[in-house]
Ligand binder design. Sequence first.
Ligand code: DGP
Length: 111
Amino acid sequence: MGCVFCRIVAGELPAARVLETEHALAFRDLHPQAPTHLLVIPKEHVDAVADLGDDQAELAGRLLLACRDAARAVGLDSYRVVTNTGADAGQSVFHLHLHVLGGRPLGWPPG
Ligand code: DGP
C-alpha cells in the first residue's frame, strides 16, 4: 500500500492520533503550520474533494463533524478548516484530508 495516510489508518505508520471514529481519523500534522494543526481523513481512500462521488455525501458530512469533534478534543474553539485539492492548491498527499488549524490569529486570504 503506497498511500502514507492509508498506512497511518492501518497502523503501519505512527501518528499522534487525537480522534478516531468508524469512518474518520484525526491526527497531528507532522509539519504544523500553527500551534495546533490537525489532519482529519476518511479511513476509506479518496484522493481529494474533486474525487468525492455523489454517493459519498454522508462521508463528506462525517468528515466535517470529525473536524468539529477533533477541535473540541484538543480544546480549540476558534480554528480554520481547509482542504487543498490538486497540486496547484498545495496538495502534497493524495488522500483526502481536512486541515484544522488554530492556536494563533490566522490571516485571510490565505496565500
Ligand atoms: P497537503 O499539502 O494539503 O497535501 O497536506 C499534507 C500534510 O500532511 C502536510 O501538512 C504534512 C502532512 N504529512 C505528510 N506526511 C505525514 C505523515 O507521515 N504524518 C503526519 N502526521 N503528517 C504528514
